[in-house]
Design a protein. Sequence first.
Length: 372
Amino acid sequence: VKPLDNIKAKLRLADECLTPKLLDESETQKNILYFEPHGVVAVIIPWNFPSSNFFITCTQLLLAGNTVVYKHSEECALTGKLLADIMEEAGFPKGVFCAVHGDGKVGDLLTDQDIDGIHFTGSSKVGHYLYEKAAKKFIPVVLEMGGSSPGVVFADADLDASCPNICHERFNNCGQICCALKRLIVHESIYDSVVSRMKMNIETMKVGDPMDKDTTVGPLVAKRQLDLLVEQVEDAKQKGATIVTGGSRVEGLDGAYYQPTLVTNTTPDMRIITEEVFGPVLPVVPFSAEEEAVALANETIYGLSAFVYGKDVDKMRSIAARIDAGQVSINGASYFSESSPFGGYKMSGMGRNDGRLGFDSATQKKVIAEPK
């Protein structure tokens, strides 16, 4: 979602979502619902979409009348400073928008202050910690955290359309997206065909300089992220997984590069299945029956997004309803839109950003009853 488009969409929704609403009216009185800001909200956002994450979160809070103290990731400090400068140049009154810069210790200090809410996007581990801090303060939180989103491919899926979409959903941004497709679950009758097609698609990807327009897969954010990814894949290898393509660091490039990787013969105890994998690695698992597919999709502590592929859209809708996820894509349809909220189930978070429900999270509700 382009930041400017997102801002324009929120401006269109603001009047609708923040205008007082008449709830009940009798001959003697009327009850009106008002939407009020929480107050001072701490916003902490990550590095993977440094501008989009910022505008998605901060714009709605500010439109609802909150003041914001925001901390960007230390991995993109200059972007964080640039965004803060843009907000200052926009002419916000002093104190309405403030920025602090630094690592997790600064975020910890920020959330120790006398604040009225926390909006956090990042890892489930940190989100859980902030949830505990918020509980002690008795303040509301919106948490958008990790994911291990399943992609379920049924026997009647259009593979010519589905496989390229799966590649995009897994390997875009080097796989460093919370809602990326991270586990591929394929009907056994088309399993070999899907693996073959995915291998072919993956091996056409160009790994290299992210500033090169021909590059498909760039580097990971940092060496520590590369080291973690190597550990996760090595764990799978040691437990008997098959590396169909990729499976190692990229030699000859200066940076945290890892080959786009396809893995089969996985087991439920492998880290690439049980953990969030923030990199260009895709495990593929077969299934035989619909119930098994749903069970495999839900066999995770996360519940952010899911993807289903099949020609019978009514069936896909039924499958989507049974998957524990905050948003589900059918046959590549995008769940990002002006009015759509974003958030997850289980350890993927609570509350919602974006859309009409984003304004709900950004406000307190007050009913005023008045005589006529």
